[in-house]
Design a protein around this ligand. Structure first.
Ligand code: GLU
Length: 403
C-alpha cells in the first residue's frame, strides 16, 4: 500500500502511545503507574454532567451548526471578557472537537507548503507534526532550565524570515510548565507587532497556575497584537473534561470562517451533548476548580522535590500546568547506563530510559525526545498522591541501581 506523503511525515503521538501502553499492561494485571498523559484524575464536576444529562433528555442530540451552538459561542465570548478582558464577536469564535482540533484546523487553514511556524522547544508533541502534515516547516527556538524554558525576544527576532507564517505561544507550557509574565510577553510583542504573521496563543493550561501567578494573554498587549492573535483554549484540562472533546478558538473572523468550512467538510459539529455541558462548564460555578488547584499544587511540590532527590535528575519547578520535566542528562553518565542503552537500543536515550523505567519501575513516563529534547522526560502529576508517592519511590530505586 502506498500511503500519502502527508501521513508519512507524521509519527504516532508519544503521549498517547505511552498512555496506551500503560493501559494495556494494566489490563493484563500488571501494576503499572501511569504518568503518561496529561489528564486530570478528578471526575468532571457534577453540575457539568447534569447539564449533559439534561441535554440528552431534552432531545439536544442532533446536528448543530458545524462551528458550534450560539449558546456555547456566547459562553466563550463571556469567558474571554470575564477572565481575560478580551472582547470578541460571535463571528470571531468557533467550537472544535478539543483543543488539539482547534490547533489542527487553524494550521490547516493558514499553512501552505514551505510556510514556517516558529515553535518554542520543548514543545507539546503534536505541534510540529500538525505543521508537517499541512506541508509547513516547524522552526524551533531552543530553551532550557537556565532560562526557565522561556524564549527571549532576540531569539524570536532571529528566527523570523519572509516565510514565517505563525508563532506559537503556549503558556503555561506543556511539557515544561513555564508561564510568561506580562512583562515577558510585552517584550515578545515588541518583536511581533510589525511582522506579518499570526500569533497562536494556546491557553489550554491558563487556569492551572501556582504561587499566585497571574495569567496574561499576549492579545491583551495592544489592539494590533490582538488582531494577529488566534487564542486557543478548551474545557479539557480546567474542568476535567478530556473525553468530552470541546476546544475553541477566537480571533480574526476570516480565519474562523475558514476553520468552520474545514470543520463542515470533515468532522461537522463537535458532539452536541458535550457542547451543552461546556456551556455549563464555562458559565456555571467556577469555584469547582479550587480544590483541583490545591491538589495540583501539593503534588507539584511533592514531585519536584522528589525528583530533585534522585541521583542524576534536576527538575525545574513549573509555574503552571501539571507536568514535571526533569533534566536526566546526568543519568546518561551513570555507571549502569551503558547496560540500559545496550538493552533497549533505542535511537534516543530518553526513550531507552523510559523503557527502562517501564520495565524496572513499572512507571509510565514520556521520553523528552517527543517534546524535542532528549535530555528530559515528562511526568504528569495530574494523578493521585498515592500513585505519585509510589511511582517516585520506584523511579528512585530504579535510577539508584544505575549509580
Ligand atoms: N495534551 C495531553 C498530553 O500532552 C493529552 C495527550 C495528547 O493529546 O497529547 O498529555
Amino acid at each position: 500500500m502506498k500511503f500519502s506523503d502527508r501521513i508519512q511525515r507524521v509519527k504516532p503521538s508519544p503521549t498517547l502511545a505511552v498512555t496506551a501502553m500503560a493501559a494495556q499492561l494494566q489490563s493484563q494485571g500488571i501494576d503499572v503507574i501511569g504518568f503518561g498523559s496529561g489528564e486530570p484524575d478528578f471526575d468532571t464536576p457534577q453540575n457539568i454532567k447534569e447539564a449533559a444529562i439534561k441535554a440528552i433528555n431534552s432531545g439536544k442530540t442532533k446536528y448543530t451548526p458545524s462551528g458550534g451552538i450560539p449558546e456555547l459561542k456566547e459562553a466563550v465570548v463571556k469567558k474571554f471578557k470575564r477572565d481575560n478582558n478580551l472582547e470578541y464577536q460571535l463571528s470571531e469564535v468557533i467550537i472544535n472537537c478539543g483543543g488539539k482540533h482547534s490547533f489542527y484546523n487553524l494550521i490547516q487553514v493558514i499553512i501552505d507548503d514551505g510556510d514556517e511556524v516558529i515553535i518554542p522547544s520543548p514543545y507539546w508533541v503534536s505541534y510540529p507534526d500538525m505543521v508537517l502534515l499541512a506541508g509547513g516547516k516547524p522552526v524551533f527556538i531552543e530553551t532550557d532550565i537556565s532560562t526557565g524554558f522561556k524564549i527571549k525576544p532576540q531569539q524570536l527576532e532571529q528566527k523570523i524570515t519572509s516565510k514565517t507564517k505563525a508563532v506559537v505561544i503556549n503558556s503555561p507550557s506543556n511539557p515544561t510548565g513555564a508561564a510568561y509574565t506580562r512583562h515577558e510577553l510585552e517584550e515578545l510583542a515588541r518583536v511581533l507587532e510589525d511582522k506579518d504573521l499570526i500569533i497562536i496563543s494556546d491557553d489550554i493550561y491558563e487556569t492551572i497556575v501556582y504561587d499566585g501567578f497571574k495569567f496574561f494573554n499576549i492579545a491583551n498587549i495592544s489592539e494590533k497584537i490582538k488582531e494577529k492573535t488566534i487564542v486557543l483554549n478548551g474545557v479539557s484540562k480546567t474542568y476535567a473534561m478530556t473525553g468530552w472533546r470541546i476546544g475553541y478558538a477566537a480571533g480574526n473572523s476570516d480565519i474562523i470562517k475558514k476553520m468552520d468550512i474545514l470543520q463542515g467538510q470533515s468532522t461537522s459539529n463537535p458532539t452536541t451533548i458535550s457542547q451543552w455541558a461546556a456551556v455549563e462548564a464555562l458559565s456555571g460555578d467556577q469555584s469547582v476548580l479550587d480544590h483541583m488547584l490545591v491538589a495540583f499544587d501539593r503534588r507539584r511540590n511533592f514531585v519536584v522535590d522528589g525528583l530533585n532527590n534522585i541521583p542524576g535528575l534536576k527538575c525545574y519547578k513549573p509555574e503552571g500546568a501539571f507536568y514535571a520535566f526533569p533534566d536526566c542528562s546526568e543519568v546518561y553518565k551513570l555507571k549502569g547506563w551503558s547496560k540500559v542503552s545496550e538493552k533497549y537500543k533505542d535511537d534516543y536515550k530518553s526513550s531507552s530510559l523510559c523503557a527502562y523505567l517501564m520495565e524496572e519501575a513499572r512507571t509510565a513516563v514520556v521520553p523528552g525526545i517527543g517534546f524535542g529534547n532528549d535530555n528530559y522526560f515528562r511526568i504528569s502529576f495530574a494523578t493521585s498522591d498515592e500513585k505519585l508517592k509510589e511511582g517516585l519511590k520506584r523511579i528512585k530505586e530504579a535510577i539508584e541501581k544505575l549509580v
